[in-house]
Design a protein around this ligand. Structure first.
Ligand SMILES: NC(=O)C[C@H](N)C(=O)O
Length: 337
């Protein structure tokens, strides 16, 4: 009977990368003071025995780091492992446990480059498992529930935090410390309650099987960096990033992605030298940058990131620039993804 039950369940692989979901503090009162990336995947799975009621679950430790330290090589390594698993007939869904600081970047990256309609869920926690009211157990349970659900297929990479199912493209960490940390200006796609997924919306932008990008053909990501806009800003950081080898600079601009008159000449000059300039907005609750609104982008040959925040714009620029160095193509890609 047990064997029959196992056969009916979906096969889900959990790829562990570290983060607070694998973190540990000195006492149960330590919800914010702890070390990330301490527990291995076997301990995480053993900590939630109910996972085995949802799916046949197995784990793999891909890396063990806090997500603020994830680099481009880590993204590529994770992305390639996800693709191998997605190609396997024995795998129905994939969960990635991840620190929350750059979770939105990894989720968007996978959303762009994984050619599969199998569910891929990225999940983290705001409190370590040793804390009172730790959120990791339920977030992980929800992630496995969504990964084993047929309803989650073809919806792009998803994120399960705080009972919500979010699109990996749209979601970002909007609050820290609190467990209701992840928000999207376009709203969640659904909810997961007691191991069941409920979807209410679909992502509108190109992703996974409909994406023109494929992790299998990407072996290196170009250098793309971010510089922040604020009152009294100078062009020092922009010039330094270009000198450091940046092929594109994401301008994390004020308001509509506006650019200070003190910075405009340097960005015009850098563009002439071949560096792509991409205007985004650093406003907290969701930016929306349009071409030729605050700056004459056509004249300057700059690109706008539309609703993508600066860190997501960096991910898309890197992926896009594995294929094109043309600013018009880049802009087309920023509208479509
Ligand atoms: N809540 C977390 O996971 C934060 C941690 N710094 C990380 O991103 O790994």
């Amino acid at each position: 009977k047990e064997a029959a039950q196992q056969q009916k369940l979906a096969n889900v692989v959990i790829l562990a990368t570290g983060g607070t979901i694998a973190g540990a503090g000195a006492s149960a009162a330590n919800s914010a003071t702890y070390q990330a990336a301490k527990l291995g995947i076997d301990k995480l799975i053993a900590g939630v025995p109910e996972l085995q009621d949802l799916a046949n679950v197995r784990g793999e430790q891909v890396m063990q780091i806090a997500s603020e330290s994830i680099g481009n090589d880590d993204l590529l390594k994770l992305g390639k492992r996800v693709a191998e698993l997605a190609d396997s007939k024995d795998v129905d869904g994939i969960v990635i446990t991840h620190g929350t600081d750059t979770l939105e970047e990894t989720a968007y990256f996978l959303n762009l480059v994984e050619k599969t309609d199998k569910p891929i869920i990225v999940v983290g926690s705001m409190r370590p498992g040793t804390a009172m009211s730790a959120d990791g157990m339920l977030n992980l349970y929800n992630a496995v529930a969504v990964a084993s659900s047929k309803d989650a297929r073809g919806k792009g990479v998803l994120v399960t935090m705080n009972d919500e199912i979010q699109s990996g493209r749209d979601v970002s960490k909007a609050v820290n410390i609190k467990t209701e940390a992840f928000k999207s200006q376009w709203g969640p796609l659904g909810m997961v309650v007691e191991g069941k997924s409920y979807f209410f919306r679909l992502p509108a932008k190109r992703h996974t099987v409909n994406s023109e990008f494929d992790i299998k053909t990407i072996s290196k990501l170009p250098a793309v960096d971010i510089a922040y806009g604020y009152g009294n800003v100078t062009d020092t950081a922009y010039k330094a990033l270009a000198q450091g080898g940046a092929k594109a600079i994401i301008h994390a601009g004020t308001g509509n992605g506006s650019v200070s008159s003190r910075v405009v000449p340097a960005l015009q000059e850098l563009r002439k030298e071949g560096v792509q300039i991409i205007r985004s907005s650093h406003v907290n609750q969701g930016g929306f940058v349009l071409r030729n609104a605050e700056q004459p982008d056509d004249k300057n040959d700059w690109v706008v990131a539309h609703d993508l925040n600066p860190q997501k714009a960096r991910i898309l620029a890197m992926v896009a620039m594995t294929k094109t160095q043309d600013s018009k193509e880049l802009q087309r890609i920023f509208w479509e993804y």
